[in-house]
Design a protein around this ligand. Structure first.
Ligand code: C2E
Ligand code: CA
Ligand code: CA
Ligand code: CA
Length: 279
């Protein structure tokens, strides 16, 4: 039995080493992915819950890997987040999103919002505000049509540094949304001390809204508070019609989720944008 145990330990060791080698290979490939044009942007609509109209789209990063296929952020972002590579990736996505959404907004003849995700490390980059400003203005996107999404956890990492970046973006009239609201160490002081325009309720709330009266009460209070502060509330992760109806009835302004649309390529977003709103 002892020998068998040792055998398993050796096997386990081998597998760990193989995994580590795989991660190192992927990390090295990720460093070249940008110049190889393998980093692509998918878009998920944000929909006005009263009218059904698409008012914005969130940019979600994907890696079109040459052999592994389309990779989601969970598969590769952790490999980038401990180095400055994440800054380059985030800035690339922001630039692409401003360009794409700017073009689509002009085609539709109305303002369309581009919502982009910035990680903690990206927010701490000294050149981020300049880069964001040029991405936006080069694309001809109005400042209020660009929203930067930041998770509560990213804010927590270094509130002094991220706070400065957010104030600077605000001076450029770029908007700020708190992402995954309620999922982390939510401090309501973020809402009053930082120049926030929107809260995105974590999908765990949206998805409990039709089964749990407590969660429904939480959603309603957050939406009430947000409204009182002049903020927009977004219900993330809407998957069913009843979640959609309850999110609207609880005071959420915008919805996002598989029911409305899965994240999709820019081409599909264009098709969706030209379809008449459902009511
Ligand atoms: P997030 O910002 O909270 O984005 C929402 C995630 O939920 C996306 O996963 C989206 O595909 C997924 N989602 C949307 N609707 C539904 C739904 O109805 N049900 C369920 N179960 N999921 C839904 P995705 O694209 O895999 O992204 C995961 C996370 O990766 C994002 O979470 C965000 O934190 C991060 N991320 C994505 N793109 C970027 C980026 O460009 N930069 C940075 N820094 N982070 C990014
Ligand atoms: Ca987000
Ligand atoms: Ca989120
Ligand atoms: Ca999330």
């Amino acid at each position: 039995a002892k020998d068998a145990g040792r055998g398993r330990a050796v096997l386990f060791d081998e597998r760990m080493r193989e995994r580590a080698r795989g991660r190192m290979r992927l990390r090295a490939e990720l460093h070249r992915a940008l110049e190889r044009h393998e980093i692509v942007v998918h878009y998920q609509p944000l929909v006005d819950l009263r009218t059904g109209a698409m008012v914005a789209a969130e940019a979600l990063m994907r890696w079109q890997h040459p052999t592994m296929g389309l990779l989601a952020p969970d598969d590769f972002l952790p490999l980038a987040q401990d180095s400055d590579l994440i800054i380059e990736l985030d800035e690339h996505v922001a630039r692409q999103a401003c360009t794409d959404i700017g073009v689509l907004g002009r085609a539709l003849g109305r303002g369309l919002g581009a919502w982009v995700n910035y990680s903690a490390r990206t927010l701490a980059s000294p050149t981020l505000c300049k880069v964001t400003e040029s991405a936006r203005s080069d694309a001809g996107l109005a400042p209020e049509d660009l929203t930067v999404e930041v998770t509560e956890n990213a804010l927590l990492e270094d509130l002094a540094t991220t706070g400065r970046a957010l104030q600077e973006l605000r001076r450029q009239h770029v908007r700020l949304a708190i992402d995954d609201f309620g999922a982390g160490h939510t401090a309501l002081t973020y809402l009053t001390r930082l120049p926030v325009s929107a809260v995105k309720l974590d999908r765990s709330f949206t998805q409990a809204i039709d089964t749990s009266p407590v969660d429904r009460a939480v959603v309603r209070s957050v939406a009430d508070l947000a409204r009182a502060l002049g903020l927009v509330t977004v219900a993330e992760g809407v998957e069913t019609g009843s979640q959609l109806n309850l999110a609207a009835a609880s005071g959420c302004h915008l919805g996002q989720g598989y029911l409305l649309s899965r994240p999709a390529e820019y081409g599909s977003l264009i098709d969706l944008a030209h379809r008449p709103a459902i009511d």
